[in-house]
Design a protein around this ligand. Sequence first.
Ligand code: G3I
Length: 397
Amino acid sequence: MKVAKLVAAAVMASAFVLPTALPAVAAGNDKPQPPGLAKQDTLRWAAPKNVRIGTAVAGGGHHETMPYANPFTSDQQYREVLAAEFSSVSPENQAKWEFIHPQRDQYRFAEMDAIVEFAQQNGQVVRGHTLFWHSQNPAWLEQGNFSKDELRSILKDHITTVVGRYAGKIQQWDVANEIFNDNGTLRTTDNIWIRELGPEIIADAFRWAHEADPKAKLFFNDYGVESINAKSTAYVKLIPKLQAQGVKVDGFAVQGHLSTQYGFPGDMQANLQRFDDLGLETAVTEIDVRMNIAAGTKPTAEQLAKQSSYYQRALEACLNVEDCKSFTIWGFNDKYSWVPVFFSGQGEATVMWEDYTRKPSYYALQSTLLKANPGGDQAFGPPPRLPAVTPAVASKS
Ligand code: G3I
């Protein structure tokens, strides 16, 4: 949405006052509902018609080491909130190489299949993540001592097989993830593909993805590229070069893993705009806002307010750029967030408390969406009520 449009929308929205906590009672239904299940009280309903509001779907990665069952297959409330609140879903780990391709001659599709099926049942799109990365690759690949020809054919087979399996069902693929260092040089040591096959392999990855699913939008995705800096500028230079070679690149995505201990990247909108100016779609694909927090304590009101403002400003940055149409949070419940597992002494990074009640950051997103879209939009909602978790679903994990 252009700035002028957003300002006009905000003026119209100011005609009504947003309550700090929207009632958890659906219009015309006097039964209280859990948060997120009332039709006009969800993020997806509040979002402008052409903007997808998404979340990562918990599973794999750090979840496998935590003392809880797989949230997606075992936590019914998780599934209900996931269906009700979001119009886009991203596999947090379930489409990464180590998960979906655990042996050279073996793919493991059940978890990703279940996410895609869930999305289709609930009117959601799927962001595929990811095909070409330096991390979470299986040992058979990283330690295989393959020849260049073998590696090239392994990558082509993987992209063709995975993208092909979900052809027509994935809205956007993060084809290449985190390919640059912070100083704007390519990751030539830890990225097996670039190290062994040279930078030209990046173009091939996009070509193979496009051949396997001509309709999927193909993205670069990275962290630390919210601002105008050496890394984001490296993408500004690379993408037009690829396009000049006839490679289809549709978009550039900023992950958005933010922390209240650092300042908000105030030039985020300007940065997204320079990709928009190249004719690309943009997206925010993994936002969370972590904070320093001592074990067993709760965030202060100041910390929560700062966190809310970061979520709000990031969302506004996206809404103010015309072709930023996908805004995804990296998990919606603090219980399942990757942050405390990865950053000792930090956490509380998402928009819901462990009991699924909403944090101020949730309301910051909701009110920002409503301001851009007075009255809400029903294009992507409401989803159907899900059947309870069944042993058949649970056994797919
Ligand atoms: O591989 C080690 C294994 O050797 C070790 O025994 C085990 C014990 O803890 O840990 C294993 O690593 C885990 C890894 O997943 C492997 O699957 C890490 O601890 C765990 O923290 C990691 O979590 C995932 C992380 O990606 C890996 O980079 C998170 O679940 C996932 O949320 C996170 O997602 C990434 C995006 O894909 C890309 N952008 C950054 C984002 C956050 O890191």
